[in-house]
Ligand binder design. Sequence first.
Ligand code: ADP
Length: 163
Amino acid sequence: MMEKTVVIIKPDGVERALTGKILSRFENAGLKIVGLKMLKIDKKTAMRHYTEDLARRRGAHIRNVMIDYISAGPVVAAAIEGVDAIEVVRKLTGDTEPRAALPGTIRGDFSHVSYKHADGKKGPVKNVIHASSSSGDAKRELALWFDKGELNSYESVHDVHVF
Ligand code: ADP
């Protein structure tokens, strides 16, 4: 099924100058970038991104840490389209915990620390990117991060050789 999903290169990814390398992972797989921008979000927007659901799953402290972190510096937001894009982008992204993320995935190749390490510092797990984890989240995040006019439709070589 053709789907759109959202990838956010977090402040650590931007500051480590990994933006180009990360976006090329998705392009290499034949996924299509249909929206792209760099922006710095305020806390209110960060709270709409990291919702109560994160507090329920990981605890209120982690949610607060992540809200502070994702609003602390510029991020790059990408809307990515492809066949089963939500699942495929999560596969390319890798496990949430860098220590467990497999080589070949973005988090496995560009980060390595553990939950234990982050929790000892009472800080965020800096795992380079966010990727929507369900179709409900993808819909909500597309609307949160992009205006309708910022999502594009165009023919790329992928339409000839990939799809
Ligand atoms: P994912 O980003 O893989 O969908 P979650 O939605 O569960 O994972 O968590 C959101 C983000 O919160 C993670 O990407 C990570 O940066 C951070 N995080 C999760 N667990 C912890 C933790 N124990 N300590 C610090 N940060 C965490």
